[in-house]
Design a protein around this ligand. Structure first.
Ligand code: SF4
Length: 344
């Protein structure tokens, strides 16, 4: 029988297994702590479990299914990782250090179905969903690579794939990221980004996870949005913004709207003015992301003066706005560039 990956099992799954094996339920919490808090890479290290239980776990499970196959460091300190999977596929992740923040951009699918025009992952097409273990192991692998002195502080689910299109596996991984017995990332430290799959968002808002929500908005009318994000044809702007307006935010929280500035598509003064009108009444902030032009992306880069102008119009309309520094452009690790290959 092929062994299962224990990281695919939730605390509740392990509780059921412990009952079946006539062990105390409490063992499941201890196992989860070994896996994620203490990051044990072998069952033999789980010394507060009996030898008999460790042997049973060893016979049934493996602990790893992903490894860092390659990495490239950018001049700005960010690092792109190529994670090799058991079936020969690979996904990418990006480590982005700042003064007090060490964030990892995590992938959730091999490829993607949504074909956003500014994104190289979309050009790959969809290959498969990642398992919960493969999502969790990206964080374990990078944390191990960083060593104990540098702990990851933030996770952003903005890597390859659309997280809400792999709903169950992503939710299972998020519960472990957020659990006090698991990785212990607070809800404010985790951000899930989506193109706006409304049925999945309706489900997501009922989850007891209090993580940050980012909407990849990128345009102010359906014609422009559908041109660069085909998902808009199914879930149009009006419905998406209605959802955002009614989204039950935690106190002090805001929705993030990601806005990739694409020259000639969504970057005029009128676009900025319309954006500020559309977002009126929604507790939100806007992340402006100047497009990273590159091979395979049919647009040119955004001139800085246009970015600054768009930014200023939003500020003058009392919209909270940040222009995101492009990270890792020299190693094809910037926004929209994952899946674009490995810079030498
Ligand atoms: S931006 Fe996200 S949803 Fe769109 S194609 Fe790329 S990975 Fe898929």
């Amino acid at each position: 029988m092929q062994k299962e990956n224990i990281l695919d099992w939730s605390m509740e799954d392990l509780e059921r297994l412990m009952e079946e094996w006539s062990e105390s339920k409490f063992r499941s919490k201890q196992i989860i702590e070994w896996l994620y808090l203490k990051k044990a890479g072998a069952f033999a290290l789980m010394t507060n479990l009996s030898k008999d239980l460790r042997a049973k776990l060893e016979a049934r499970f493996v602990l790893r299914s992903l490894k860092i196959q390659d990495s490239r460091e950018s001049k700005d300190g960010s690092v792109k990782f190529l994670f090799g999977l058991n079936d020969g596929n690979a996904v990418e992740g990006v480590y982005m250090p700042d003064e007090n923040r060490r964030a990892l951009c995590v992938s959730t699918q091999v490829g993607c179905k949504f074909h956003c025009a500014f994104c190289l992952t979309g050009k790959m097409g969809f290959i498969r969903n990642l398992s919960p273990a493969e999502i969790l192991e990206q964080v374990l692998a990078v944390q191990e690579w960083l060593g104990p002195e540098k702990t990851l502080t933030n996770l952003v689910l903005m890597g390859m794939g659309e997280p809400l299109d792999n709903y169950d596996n992503v939710m299972k991984a998020l519960r472990i990221f957020n659990s006090p017995a698991g990785f212990k990332f607070g809800g404010r430290k985790i951000t899930l980004s989506t193109v706006g799959l409304l049925p999945a968002l309706e489900r997501f808002q009922k989850e007891d996870l209090k993580i940050n929500l980012a909407i990849s908005l990128n345009a102010v009318d359906d014609a422009a949005r559908s041109r660069i994000m085909p998902a808009n044809k199914k879930y149009p702007l009006k419905d998406l913004l209605k959802f955002c307006r009614e989204y039950p935010l935690q106190p002090g929280r805001r929705i993030t709207f990601e806005y990739v500035l694409v020259p000639g598509v969504n970057d005029t003064d009128e676009d900025a003015e319309k954006l500020s009108r559309l977002l009126r009444g929604i507790k939100c902030k806007v992340n402006l992301i100047p497009l990273n032009a590159g091979e395979g992306v049919p647009f040119s880069s955004m001139p800085q003066d246009r970015v600054d102008r768009f930014h200023k119009i939003l500020v003058n309309s009392n919209i909270s706005v940040f222009t995101r520094k492009s990270r890792g452009g020299d190693i094809l690790a910037a926004c929209g560039q994952l899946g674009g290959g490995w810079a030498a």
